[in-house]
Design a protein around this ligand. Structure first.
Ligand code: COA
Length: 540
């Protein structure tokens, strides 16, 4: 493979201005991640109370269980951001993939310093998403349970529907039956919904003095039965480990619990992260020839100025080498083979609008990756499929649909990163959320919507004015309509709006993207071959 040529001028004014703007974006990202970790109204008080009870914070718990120095890929840290008056930093739950004895596990840890670890809608969505990732990637789950269950004031949005609380228990039971261990450590008052997580686990550890399990807590028991009972007498570690049998092990401290949990993991017979199954070619990894920091200067701060996706690829892949397929045809899309952390991968990346040729080239390439069992990485930066009479005559609707159908039916693992715009059906053809990529990450400069705010302002204003035919509309009223539409689109296409609603698995820095993708590919490589049966390639 040949390295991608590097025409970047790091001394240019544009490069320097872009870098400065992107660094400011990254500072905002860091500040908001910090908020999710320990910010929010009244949080300092609840964190202090948590510590006073001798309890450890959720992320430190994960750290105490995990292999020393091993990476932890946290997911959806900003779930819930800006929602519900920001009362749920991080959506009250920490999820992510970490290693124990070299084996990857999905961690699901309640954050009791956020509304007693109870879950509001984004929290439930985050738990469901973590479980779905675990199932697809064949990961056992470790639940660090410290939760008041459903956030009761919003019970209609977290309790009854398909992917609500019931769906988390359904997934837990199904994963266990699929041979994916479900292990719990009980570290707080786990009431009702919180109680079923350990109750449905394969093995349960309780920490005496802090861990409690009850279907109804002391206030409910008093109201229902008139019984007055102390929490530990109703559902403490001793009761559940020695009498009810709800728990299997009892320990005195959190540190002891994590030591024991690591021992339990030794007998779960799961594959290590480096246990490659052999269907995916792997060679010794090589660092990219150009630093990832360059990406900050390559991505234009002014989103109307395009950038070449090959320059991004060359900062993500091994030795910056890219075997581009069909480079002379359908040039708005760059596709080809590369390696990330040694794993072979097919990359499809946009350079703006998708024309018919681009859609056909991408379709052909998706088929090649299926034929060869090579995972696919989509780097989205598109305003969507080309519109207009010429384009319609050229069959953009059917050609775009071929790409969309190929993505939907593609059997190799797919991964998506939003590196710029993700607009219109371009989002679909480039493997947006609806097309089930195994992981979908977004950069803080990305935007996601049916169309860009500029376009929406014109289109929707025209539609609105068309519907008011005959009525007199003043220029002030038109300006008001335009500005309302524009601000709605700007707000809703913002990456923080998207990540808050779990349209992605997390906003990540371009500087961390190669490592995140390396982890995703390693997870896929430890599973069985994804493609069996027909591997037809139709030339487009
Ligand atoms: N719904 C809504 N809010 C809840 C909640 C729930 N299920 N569980 C806890 N909270 C809130 C509390 O109102 C409190 O809010 P505030 O900080 O705004 O005052 C905060 O979480 C902390 O709760 P608190 O009771 O002070 O903490 P604790 O550590 O002493 O006890 C629990 C934690 C979870 C054991 C206890 O709050 C509890 O039993 N909650 C009710 C659980 C329940 O009945 N769930 C049924 C779900 S189906």
């Amino acid at each position: 493979m040949r390295p991608i040529p590097n025409p970047i001028d790091r001394q240019s004014d544009l490069f320097k201005e872009n870098t400065a703007a992107y660094r400011a974006d990254l500072a905002t990202l860091t500040e908001r991640l910090r908020f999710a970790i320990d910010g929010g109204r009244g949080r300092a008080r609840s964190i202090a109370r948590h510590h006073d009870r001798g309890k450890v914070m959720a992320r430190d718990r994960i750290d105490m269980v995990s292999d020393e120095g091993a990476p932890f890929m946290e997911l959806s840290t900003l779930a819930g951001f800006g929602q519900a008056d920001d009362e749920f930093p991080g959506a009250g739950i920490v999820t992510g993939i970490g290693l124990i004895h070299g084996v990857p596990w999905m961690f699901i840890a309640n954050d009791a310093t956020v509304k007693g670890g109870s879950l509001f809608p984004a929290g439930i969505k985050k738990q469901v998403r973590a479980q779905d990732i675990a199932l697809e990637n064949e990961l056992g789950c470790i639940y660090l349970v410290d939760s008041g269950g459903a956030f009761l004031p919003m019970q209609d949005e977290v309790f009854p529907d398909k992917d609500h609380f019931g769906g988390t228990f359904y997934r837990q039971a199904r994963m266990s039956a699929a041979g994916l261990p479900q292990l719990s450590v009980v570290l707080g008052g786990c009431t009702a919904g919180g109680a079923y997580v350990p109750a449905l686990s394969d093995e349960v550890i309780m920490v005496e003095g802090i861990g409690r399990i009850f279907l109804g807590g002391p206030p409910i028991v008093k109201a229902a039965l008139g019984e007055v009972v102390e929490p530990d007498d109703l559902g403490g570690a001793a009761l559940h480990t020695r009498q009810s049998g709800v728990s299997d092990y009892m320990v005195q401290t959190e540190a002891e619990a994590y030591g024991l949990l690591r021992e339990l993991c030794e007998n779960t017979n799961q594959k290590r992260i480096d246990e490659r199954h052999g269907w995916l070619d792997w060679t010794e990894p090589k660092a990219p020839a150009h630093p990832a920091e360059d990406i900050l200067g390559i991505v234009n701060a002014d989103t109307r100025i395009p950038f070449d996706s090959r320059q991004i690829i060359s900062r993500l892949v091994d030795a910056s080498e890219f075997a581009e397929f069909k480079p002379e045809w359908g040039t708005s899309i760059a596709v080809g083979f590369a390696r990330i952390w040694g794993h072979q991968v097919g990359i499809i990346s946009n350079n703006g609008i998708i024309f018919s040729e681009d859609a056909l080239k991408a379709t052909h390439f998706i088929e090649l990756c299926n034929q060869r069992s090579i995972p696919l990485l989509f780097l989205q930066n598109t305003t969507g499929y080309m519109v207009g009479r010429d384009s319609e005559i050229g069959g953009i609707a059917k050609n775009g649909a071929k790409m969309v159908a190929a993505v939907a039916n593609c059997r190799v693992p797919k991964f998506t990163v939003l590196i710029g715009g993700s607009y219109g059906a371009g989002n679909y053809g480039m493997c947006g959320r609806g097309f089930n990529p195994r992981f979908l990450f977004a950069w803080p400069n990305s935007r996601i919507a049916t169309m860009a705010a500029d376009t929406a302002e014109t289109v929707l204003t025209d539609i609105r004015l068309g519907g008011m035919s005959g009525a007199q509309t003043t220029s002030e009223e038109i300006a008001e309509i335009r500005s309302t539409i524009r601000s709605q689109y700007e707000e809703q296409s913002n990456p923080y709006y998207a990540t808050s609603r779990l349209w992605d698995d997390g906003l990540i820095s371009p500087l961390d993207t190669r490592d995140a993708l390396g982890m995703c590919l390693a997870l896929a490589a430890r599973q069985d071959a994804p493609v069996t049966g027909d591997r037809i390639v139709y030339r487009m």
